[in-house]
Design a protein around this ligand. Structure first.
Ligand SMILES: Cc1cc2nc3c(=O)[nH]c(=O)nc-3n(C[C@H](O)[C@H](O)[C@H](O)COP(=O)(O)OP(=O)(O)OC[C@H]3O[C@@H](n4cnc5c(N)ncnc54)[C@H](O)[C@@H]3O)c2cc1C
Length: 476
């Protein structure tokens, strides 16, 4: 039996009960135009979309708990939704039912300077956290490239990574406490303002990255770090991807400096973004680029570090190293990197977006193999991503003359080769965007059936009716 067979529809009577919980104004029902924006996230293909039957916008944990209890009683699926910037279909209600949107739960509850922590609701936009604390000598180190649009709740659910993961880690490193509404509608506190806590299983570890399938987060306690005082970006141009990638780990192992980020972009990716933005940086002679950010507590130290890294790059094959030591130039370069996905979305609606991750030392091999795949299948594969942590984003772009059917066959062939190579290198099919429903059929390429069974056992124990975000990551 598939997951959807047992679910009941949302009737006008159920919609009235939901209105009774959150107020009529915060329920969207029987209005296709207003429901449509909740039917998809940022994946480009329409085949991943699915309409919800009702959208509910609660204000607090008690309302979320009441909705979960109602959904369990009536056997209606519930899909949590953040800002909808996801790239794996996690917030898409594939069996219809209720979409539980967190946009009204958007308060910063407490800044605790003495403990260097902040308590927030899940609907706070990620970049607003640093905006809020910028004059306090503190910062939150989570840095997904979508930080100006995504919500912190979505980051916790996806265990978002981003450009600064090599130095600062991913979201899980900063989540100290969670208030969670369970799939059956209980409110539970996990962790708190604690740096250490081994009082039972590591439930926060389980919740972070659970893609909205194990609990609904209603309050999040985050660890903050002392602000850095200086930051400089280097844009290093290389002849080709292999030369650029071969230097990445040496920056850390030979020069002995861990930059805040080392981003990789091949020529095809830079060209796409520059054309899209009408940008004129001198990329034509470079087959690939590294964008390296060095930060620190002291200006002189940062200067010494970026000079050492810049010289090392020039001694090891870089054609040119540009220094961006002011906000305007820095923002100009980062804007190119941040807009790569957008640029290719505008270029073609038929494309595959990949998020594979391999051990950092294998990233050069992976990029070279991608080049071979592009040649073999005669497609364009712009590659960019977080080079230092082994996470490469690729877009596989369809040729305009191919029919939909031919494109689907070719994409399947490419993905099959790509995932097998990823598995051989000890990698995974998603480093930060998640499995959702987009990648669930490909998960067995890289993990064992025993592992997926372990996930199923946890899901069944916590969500006996399979109400919360069913059909994501794996099928029961
Ligand atoms: C241009 C662009 C750049 C991106 N760059 C990065 C990047 O650098 N790093 C990265 O990691 N990701 C990146 N992403 C992907 C995306 O922004 C992240 O996955 C982000 O964490 C999703 O947050 P959201 O609020 O949009 O969540 P949504 O897309 O709305 O939902 C994502 C998942 O979270 C669940 N969820 C949301 N809120 C809750 C809650 N309160 N409780 C439980 N579950 C919840 C949903 O059910 C869903 O499974 C990028 C996306 C775009 C479009």
């Amino acid at each position: 039996m598939t997951d959807d067979k047992k679910y009941n529809p949302v009737t006008p009577k159920i919609a009235d009960q939901l209105k009774g919980i959150v107020g009529a104004k915060y329920v969207i029902f029987d209005d296709a135009e207003k429901l449509e924006p909740y039917s998809h996230d940022e994946i480009s293909g329409r085949e991943y979309a699915h309409m919800p039957e009702v959208v509910v916008r609660p204000e607090n944990a008690a309302e979320v708990a009441a909705i979960m209890k109602l959904a369990n009683r009536e056997m209606i699926p519930v899909t949590p939704r953040g800002a909808g910037s996801g790239l794996s279909g996690g917030a898409v209600p594939i069996y219809g039912g209720i979409v539980l949107a967190i946009d009204r739960m958007n308060k910063i509850i407490e800044l605790d300077r003495e403990n260097m922590m902040i308590v927030v609701e899940p609907g706070v936009i990620t970049s607003e956290i640093n905006e809020y604390i910028k004059d306090c000598g503190l910062f939150y180190a989570g840095y997904p490239m979508s930080l100006e649009t995504c919500y912190i709740g979505g980051n916790v659910a996806e265990n978002a990574g981003g450009a600064k993961a090599i130095k600062y880690g991913v979201t899980s490193r900063y989540v100290l406490g969670l208030e969670v509404v369970t799939p059956t509608g209980e409110i539970v506190q996990l962790g708190g303002k604690l740096i250490k806590d081994v009082s039972g299983y590591n439930m926060i570890g389980l919740m972070v990255g659970s893609e909205g399938t194990l609990g609904f987060f209603t309050k999040i306690t985050l660890k903050l770090l002392p602000s850095t005082k200086a930051e400089v970006d280097l844009l290093c141009l290389f002849k080709n991807s292999e030369e650029a990638m071969s230097i990445v780990s040496k920056i850390m192992t030979t020069v002995g400096i861990v930059p805040a980020s080392i981003e990789f972009m091949n020529n095809c990716a830079v060209k796409g973004a520059c054309d899209y933005l009408n940008e004129t940086i001198p990329y034509k002679q470079a087959g690939a680029m590294l964008l390296i950010t060095i930060d620190g507590a002291e200006e002189q130290q940062v200067e010494r570090d970026y000079e050492a890294i810049g010289e090392f790059c020039l001694d090891n094959g870089a054609i040119e190293v540009y220094i961006a030591d002011n906000t305007t130039t820095s923002e100009r370069i980062w804007n190119i990197r941040r807009n790569m996905a957008e640029a290719f979305n505008a270029f073609s609606s038929r494309q595959g977006a990949e998020d594979i991750v391999v051990p950092p030392a294998s990233v050069g091999t992976m990029v070279a193999l991608m080049g071979e795949i592009a040649e073999k299948f005669d497609v364009m594969i712009p590659a960019y991503g977080h080079a230092a942590d082994g996470n490469i984003h690729t877009r596989i772009i369809s040729r305009p003359e191919w029919s939909d059917e031919k494109w689907r066959q070719i994409l399947n062939g490419i993905q099959s080769e790509l995932y097998q190579l990823t598995a051989e290198l000890g990698g995974r099919i998603s480093g930060e965007h998640g499995i959702g429903h987009k990648r669930k059929n490909s998960l067995p390429y890289v993990v064992s059936e025993n592992y997926i069974d372990m996930l199923r056992t946890i899901k069944r124990a916590m969500d006996p009716n399979n109400i919360l975000n069913p059909g994501k990551i794996f099928d029961l």
